[in-house]
Write a protein that binds this ligand. Sequence first.
Ligand SMILES: [Cu+2]
Length: 476
Amino acid sequence: MQRREFLKLAAGAAAGSRLSARPQQSFLTPAGSTDAAKTEFTLEIAPITVELAPNRIISTIGYNGTSPGPRLRVKEGVPVTVNVVNKTDVPEYVHFHGLLIPSDVDGSEEEGTPPVPPHGSRSYKFTPTPAGTRWYHTHTMAMEDLHRGSFTGMYGFLIIEGAGNPGHYDQEHYLALRDWEPYFTNQLMDTDDLDPIAAQPEKPAVLDTRQPGLEVTADIYSINDKAVGAGDPIRVNPGERVLFHFLNASAIENRHLALPGHKFNIIALDGNPVPTPAAVDVLMLGPGERIDAWVEMNQPGVWILGAPEDPVREGGLGIVIEYANKHRTPEWTPPPKSIWDYTLFGKPPSLPAPAQKLDMVFEKVPRGAGKFNSFTVNGKPYPHDQEFLLQHGARYRLTFHNRTDDAHPLHLHRHQLEIAEIYGKPTSGVIKDTVVVPAYGRASVDFTADQPGPALFHCHIQQHMDFGFKALLRYA
Ligand SMILES: [Cu+2]
């Protein structure tokens, strides 16, 4: 064989192997055999340290010595046992976020799940469903203690493998966004609240001008357990398709993410495939939200995948993407102006609206300097005995009226929410468990009441939930 022919063949084989490495497969299938689905897990809750960077080591509480904790991979419909060992001095709850499982194992005090006692243990047994990128995290209250609840490192990915989530890609990565060492502030710092997405139908004619109280913020960030540049880069080859599973595991703030010169092709939101996959320049994730998106690696270089806001990215929220044979200082360039919009991934509304309606009005009670703001749902503090009583089997349209000056990630346990209207736009087919409703915005979501037992609704910002932003839905 002539050497030239051999080279041609070799090139053909290389191209072929790249294609064959990208067969149609479930986007939840493990890339490597070490990550197989299991039916029993143990999570040990104990103090840990996390080395975000060589000069930045924090102490927190985590699962099995790390934060994020181990990735739990299970099969849809196959029963699992999660044994939780609590080596701390306080009761703990592990919540399985985005699953349709009974109240007594869902992992929230409000729903009646028994706690994992201090220096004791408890087993959660349930049948995981639905398939998708879920997660697990502590559900304890923190109140004024910023070293408790979801301010700690107690969280991890929970992947439920199913049959029907096709995708094709060359490698995949699980990336959780975090902030650390939170502190109180009197200033509202959320930049996403300024997104000029739409009219603000819930903006009161007369604004409450009382001095706001304390919010929580942070200046130290990471993706998984590393600040930008401190961990290994993600190494890619030109032409590869890389699937990312993003999770905002922050207790505090909505986050944006961009990768200069690349687009994110979004295939699932909160683990649920979207009806209209679409490409965007910038992602937005509220606390608790997940995005599954693939990126075609077609801009050779060394880039930062990170937060567009300079102080956040420079504070650690990023990871380096390094193309083969490129060695240079990672580059960042600001992304094109972009507005996050769930309806991009939806389809036109088709069915008539559910006959059963529920309304929730959210208001912030500003408490002034040095005090904690509180929140009300329908004008009342938690709990709400009468307002949210569900008829089993009925479909509901739940409308959120956000009469506050900040965006809130609203989460309903044990049910799936289909967005019906947001930013003044109707849509359908976008199924979520956590929906960010913009400042002074309104959104309607539809859900079927088919999960008997109490179901907790709350804002996924820990401070907001702890100071009143929650309600318990009950079945009649
Ligand atoms: Cu909130």
